[in-house]
Design a protein around this ligand. Structure first.
Ligand SMILES: [Zn+2]
Length: 433
């Protein structure tokens, strides 16, 4: 489990280690998280200097020569390439022991494997398809993502390795949130997907309409028009997500959207408008959607969300506790299906009966079957409902979502007035990551 420091040190290299669990009070280990899903990426801690062989520029030159030309594979650094097809990363499964069941992992290819794979699948590779992800000095490795969406039958080329392309959302649900290594893999996949998807939506310059070209090994773009040359950076869409708290009556406001699975309730959320502070966005969104007036706003933690709408390569969920000044609910039916106050007891019950672990195990087993060709082509998203649990009259999103942690850290806090020592520490342990 995550509370063992060995897992943490395996995941975090010397360069990336920010905090070990030994610095987190023991009682917080019940939360079983050192960072949110998609955060805590172990290979993007620092950008190497330009002259360094690990740097995006020099590594890119080498990679281009090797993949697109006929150069020899150098001894160092190692190149590890993660193919993506239509937004889905290549993944595989392994089982350490039959009792534990399978675990998923990313389908990293060596340069040789990648080259063979591309030649066999007749993908026409261009510089635009390659994106630098980061490096690990201690492993002497540089990591890349490659977009092979043009390819049709790639899975068969990798049949011997039992890899397949899996939806990132499916991998997210399949990730054991107490397994630091798996959480690291998910963060890498999320970063890679965000960059690859951004490349697809930023093909032309917004100033002059000229074609954009990738720069710095795909980490930014630039307009190819000589008289324009605008620099374009990867897009992040910030969203406020808030748990509205009624301190006096010890309740929280949860809402349902029509797209939610039955019985699921969650936090309110909304996009930040230009010229607006985070706190203002929290107050405005809460007022617009539920008619509740918010006073004090407290930051909790944030989460990258690269699995949102396809037009947004990566959202950033910024989580808050928002303290209600008024209590009468007036739901905006265009935005929400319903919004209601829920007591601490009801929320705790929902958390107790939800079968998050079962949903995770079921999903990873499906990924395993997909990779072995048993469930080829099946859509797994329908299985998310298993987390509802038969006994729960309501449930909240799984631990892969920041909403879960906003709600569960409130439900489990010691002090009823929202200023409990436990909650404060929990908030700090998140925000320091
Ligand atoms: Zn331009």
């Amino acid at each position: 489990m995550l509370c063992s420091s060995t897992n943490v040190t395996t995941l975090l290299s010397k360069r990336t280690k920010i905090q070990t669990l030994s610095s987190i009070p023991l009682h917080l280990c019940t939360m079983s998280l050192i960072s949110h899903a998609f955060a805590g990426n172990p290979i993007r801690s620092r950008t190497p200097k330009q002259t360094d062989p690990f740097s995006p520029q020099s590594a890119f030159q080498t990679l281009k020569t090797l993949l697109l030309g006929h150069g020899q594979v150098p001894i160092s650094p190692y190149f590890k390439v993660l193919p993506f097809r239509k937004g889905k990363p290549l993944a595989g499964t392994t089982a350490d022991s039959p009792a534990d069941g399978p675990n998923w992992h990313l389908g990293w290819l060596s340069l040789r494997e990648c080259k063979d794979f591309l030649e066999n699948s007749e993908v026409s590779l261009s510089e635009d398809s390659l994106v630098y992800l980061g490096c690990k000095y201690e492993d002497d490795a540089v990591y890349w993502a490659i977009d092979v969406s043009d390819a049709s039958e790639l899975v068969s080329e990798l049949g011997a390795r039992q890899f397949c392309f899996v939806e990132l959302r499916t991998l997210m649900v399949a990730t054991d949130w107490a397994d630091a290594k798996a959480m690291g893999e998910l963060a890498v996949a999320g970063h890679a997907r965000a960059l690859i998807e951004w490349h697809k939506v930023a093909r032309f310059c917004g100033f002059c309409g000229g074609k954009t070209i990738p720069m710095e090994a795909g980490r930014r773009k630039q307009c190819s028009n000589e008289s324009c040359k605008k620099r374009i950076y990867p897009r992040v869409d910030p969203v406020v997500i808030m748990l509205v708290i009624d301190k006096e009556n010890d309740r929280v406001l949860l809402s349902r959207q029509s797209r939610f699975v039955p019985r699921m309730w969650s936090c309110l959320a909304g996009f930040i408008e230009p010229g607006e502070s985070l706190e203002e966005a929290v107050r405005r969104e809460t007022w617009e959607e539920t008619g509740i007036e918010v006073g004090e706003v407290k930051y909790h933690s944030s989460q990258p969300w690269p699995v949102g709408p396809s037009s947004m390569p990566c959202q950033l969920m910024v989580g808050f506790y928002a303290y209600a000044k008024s209590l009468e609910i007036d739901v905006d039916k265009e935005e929400l299906e319903d919004a209601q106050w829920h007591t601490r007891e009801d929320v705790k019950k929902a958390l107790t009966f939800a079968e998050y672990k079962k949903a995770q195990k079921t999903t990873v087993t499906k990924v395993d079957q997909m990779c072995k060709g048993v469930e080829k082509g099946q859509n797994l998203s329908a299985d998310y409902t298993v987390e509802s649990g038969e006994l729960a009259t309501m449930f909240i999103p799984g631990p892969f979502a920041i909403a879960h942690h906003l709600i569960s850290s409130w439900a489990n806090q010691v002090d009823d007035n929202g200023n409990g020592a436990l909650m404060k520490q929990a908030g700090n342990s998140f925000s320091s990551l």
